[in-house]
Ligand binder design. Structure first.
Ligand code: CMX
Length: 134
């Protein structure tokens, strides 16, 4: 059971073309693909930064969590994702500590990873995702 690395830092925004100009054309990051995760209501666009990624989140509609976030706060940092080994053990440990999770069990996220979110109210205001390769 350990945190292996920062998997990605997610940025909520709807202008994927502007993001491409900044991250790929100007900063020179490799574009690492696009994937729609219907259950989360987002299309994700990945840009590689060493072993991690910047994940641009584009909402599928205004009613999704990211759509609501943009409406309330505007574009900006959305969450930090840690890749872990032993996700199920982390879930038990978090539950034991009374930390609020957004789902009872891990769900399937982008790149076919098992993911679970910790509510920002339990973390001092930062939405945290734990993810694990299957
Ligand atoms: N970071 C920090 N705080 C956040 C937040 C975020 N990303 N999103 C919402 N909040 C805050 C709100 O500002 C609000 O704070 P106040 O009560 O102080 O105003 C509080 O959390 C509650 O927010 P809300 O708008 O009432 O929204 P909900 O409680 O309905 O939902 C959350 C908040 C985090 C549960 C919801 O956004 C969610 O389910 N997020 C997880 C799913 C998600 O983000 N999926 C996309 C990622 C896809 C992927 O990477 O695979």
């Amino acid at each position: 059971m350990k945190i292996k690395k920062i998997s990605h830092i997610a940025v909520a925004g709807s202008d994927k073309e502007q993001a491409k100009i900044l991250y790929r054309d100007i900063l020179g990051l490799d574009f690492n693909g696009t994937e729609t995760v219907n259950r989360e209501g987002v299309t994700t666009h990945f840009y590689e930064v060493g072993e991690s990624n910047i994940e641009l989140l584009e909402p599928l509609s205004a009613e999704t969590p990211v759509g609501k976030f943009l409406d309330k706060r505007g574009p900006g940092l959305h969450h930090i994702a840690f890749e872990v080994e032993g996700l199920d053990e982390y879930v038990l440990k978090l539950k034991d500590a009374g930390i609020i999770l957004l789902s009872d069990e891990p769900q399937l996220g982008a790149h076919n990873m098992r993911i679970i979110f910790i509510h920002p109210k339990s973390t001092g205001g930062v939405l945290i995702e734990l993810c694990e390769q299957q």
